[in-house]
Design a protein. Structure first.
Length: 446
């Protein structure tokens, strides 16, 4: 229900709220009083979770940081540095390429990937008349897909743990890392999504709703005396990236793979804002009063996004309580031909991830199901693992209730609903091509 309402309604917030209400109504056996009690307990429980509060806080603080960079002249400095001084960005193609490259290079955490790519791309997209929806598509297409292909992050830690569980259960033998590397080789959706994104940028291809996406009017050219300084943009980005890496290492007690993404980004943004205040005062870019007022304005602008995230977390909990994933998984029977198993697993994982908005939840549900099925049907195990990862990434990539989708829209300055509608055709093309490959390799490796 949330998916349909989000796709066809202009208000993702209303869609999520209605979905939570209906879901709790079903869980409460259609008792109105118990429904509202369950909702109160649901949101009370979420707001008592540290990671939820940190995620909501970093969404608001990102708004502050982006507003400060723009107000200080950092955006103008970035445009001048890359467009005029270095002549790296001179076209629509070049305007999106820095975001694409940043999305691949910054693979430590999917949220920070989207934030950095969005911050870099916004001024160039405005300058060259590219819609924010197109930028959001690039940000989203280089977050979850890249993090799943280069699992030197929390994604890798989760997958290693889930695979290790199958080894402990005696279903497979060997090392978790070896199985993970083999499964990443079959993560067809992520590879295709990146290829399609690059081709879309290079050949300036717009399909479906993307053709009609709103374009922010090009910004007025800045004079040499009012072009800002590149450092006002560069240093906050450096602090954010290095801070996340450092805190992932610390929260993981020396193991970056076990670090907390939400905690790392939360503390990184607090420190970044403090450093920005000192640096901007030193550069006379902003007075303390201007800094504080801009901080509040940026936070206020992101408050609706924080609310959407909260309801997205709630609908994820509702889906879990209703056992949506297990219900969908029951459709795979023991009589499915082994050659088609990987394709079926990909479809099922994609549906679960799209409906629940969580790739990690999908991995947790589907890997313990996919591995026994592959073993029982003598199907390629690594291929089936890759199908689970690909399906989960698809949902994380394009579901309107995925936190990655919401954060990519936020980082790009695009409406969540518009981002979802404009990105979906590209994601479906990638999914269709991936499905063909899973079926093809299912026959080749059978």
């Amino acid at each position: 229900m949330a998916i349909l309402l989000a796709l066809f309604s202009r208000s993702v917030f209303v869609a999520l709220a209605m979905a939570v209400l209906v879901g709790e109504f079903i869980i409460a056996d259609f008792n109105p009083l118990n429904t509202f009690i369950l909702m109160a307990e649901r949101f009370g429980g979420l707001l008592s979770e540290g990671w939820v509060l940190k995620t909501l806080a970093f969404a608001v603080m990102v708004g502050s940081a982006m507003a400060l960079i723009e107000r200080s002249g950092g955006v103008d400095g970035l445009v001048h540095e890359l467009s005029i001084k270095r002549s790296w960005v001179q076209s629509k193609r070049g305007a999106l390429m820095p975001s694409f490259i940043a999305g691949i290079v910054v693979f430590i955490e999917s949220s920070i990937t989207s934030l950095v790519a969005g911050a870099i791309g916004r001024p160039f997209c405005d300058r060259y008349g590219i819609s924010r929806a197109k930028l959001a598509f690039v940000c989203d297409s280089t977050s979850a897909p890249v993090c799943s292909l280069i699992p030197l992050n929390g994604w890798g830690a989760l997958l290693l743990g889930l695979i290790g569980g199958q080894i402990t259960a005696g279903l497979i033998t060997g090392e978790s890392a070896t199985w993970l590397v083999q499964s990443v080789a079959f993560n067809f959706y992520a590879y295709i999504a990146l290829i399609i994104t690059f081709v879309t940028i290079w050949f300036e291809i717009d399909i479906g709703p993307m053709r009609h996406a709103a374009v922010v009017p090009p910004a007025i050219e800045c004079s040499d005396d009012d072009r800002g300084h590149f450092g006002l943009f560069l240093w906050p980005m450096v602090w954010m990236i290095t801070g996340v890496i450092a805190f992932m290492f610390m929260t993981g007690e020396g193991d970056i793979f076990k670090g907390s993404g939400s905690t790392s980004i939360f503390y990184t943004l607090i420190i970044t804002l403090i450093l920005m205040w000192g640096y901007y005062r030193f550069k006379n870019a902003l007075t303390t009063r201007e800094f504080l007022s801009t901080t509040l304005q940026g936070a206020k602008a992101m408050a609706p996004i924080a609310a959407i995230l909260l309801f997205a977390f709630a609908i994820g909990g509702v889906s879990s309580d209703m056992e949506v994933g297990k219900y969908l998984a029951s459709f795979i029977g023991d009589y499915l031909p082994s050659s088609y198993l990987a394709g079926a697993i990909f479809i099922l994982a994609a549906i679960i991830a799209f409906a629940t908005g969580t790739s990690w939840g999908t991995f947790s549900i589907m890997l313990p199901i996919a591995v026994p099925l592959a073993v029982g049907l003598d199907a390629p195990i690594a291929l089936c693992m890759g199908a689970v990862i690909s399906g989960g990434v698809f949902g994380d990539h394009c579901s309107p209730i995925s936190d990655t989708t919401i954060i990519s829209a936020m980082a790009s300055g695009c409406e969540v609903g518009e981002h979802t509608k404009t990105q979906l055709p590209y994601a479906l093309i990638s999914a269709g091509a991936a499905l063909i490959l899973f079926i093809m390799f299912g026959f080749l490796l059978a």
